[in-house]
Unconditional design. Structure first.
Length: 230
């Protein structure tokens, strides 16, 4: 019973920290939601490229996470948010955990929005939409989490001004132009590659790797913060 009460108190504190982060994002919180629903609808309604839902979901989650966290870390850097939060009754570990939970919330909302786009497809509003299966969703979310397992090591521990450009390149340019470059190289060298839908084995392996890397990243971030002076 005591452990359950401690767990509830812990979750309440993390939710308070997430609420603080959302308020700090201000209007960018609404913009993040618009990106999560807008990118899938744009790609299937205008570009007709929803044939591969895993990539579309990954792209929407990636862009949404970028806008959310770029604004969050910018505001914290500007107003010394992490310095002030140290005066509040929160453990440093809880602050780190709240960032990972916020990332997962963005992923869940983005996946739900994609499924909502599927529900309106019977009205023939979006001809290019493809159904998102469980394996697509698991792999897309896992890739985003893995990406931020690495990025959080820098975003949480280095002044955002020093990593802003790298954050933009990794989150905005690489997912689009990196894929375009790979496709052009494949076409140039005449390589024949057939894309197949993810299998259960691929999804399970990806999720397991993600869990391991996330545990390592959370532990590493917490250990760094324990020694960090604000």
């Amino acid at each position: 019973m005591a452990k359950m009460l401690c767990g509830i108190k812990e979750m309440k504190k993390i939710l308070v920290l997430i609420k603080k982060d959302v308020f700090l994002m201000d209007m960018y919180a609404y913009f993040t939601l618009m990106v999560l629903i807008g990118i899938p609808l744009f790609m299937c309604g205008s570009l007709k490229t929803m044939a591969y839902p895993l990539y579309t979901l990954f792209l929407s989650l990636d862009y949404a996470a970028f806008f959310a966290f770029s604004q969050l870390y910018t505001m914290e850097s500007k107003f010394k948010g992490q310095t002030y939060i140290m005066a509040c009754p929160f453990l440093r570990r809880q602050i780190i955990e709240a960032r990972f939970v916020l990332l997962m919330i963005i992923c869940v909302i983005g996946t739900v929005f994609y499924k909502l786009a599927e529900l309106i497809n019977p009205a023939h509003l979006f001809d290019g939409i493809s159904r998102l299966n469980l394996y697509d969703a698991l792999i897309a979310v896992s890739l985003i989490v893995i990406l931020y397992d690495v990025l959080f090591l820098f975003l949480n521990n280095v002044p955002y001004e020093k990593v802003r450009v790298a954050h933009i390149i990794i989150s905005i340019f690489v997912p689009i132009w990196g894929v375009v470059l790979v496709v052009k190289l494949i076409q140039y060298f005449g390589i024949n590659i057939e894309l197949r839908a993810p299998t259960m084995i691929a999804a399970v392996i990806t999720v397991i790797v993600t869990i391991i890397l996330t545990a390592v990243s959370v532990t590493k971030n917490i250990n760094i913060w324990k020694k960090k002076e604000f």
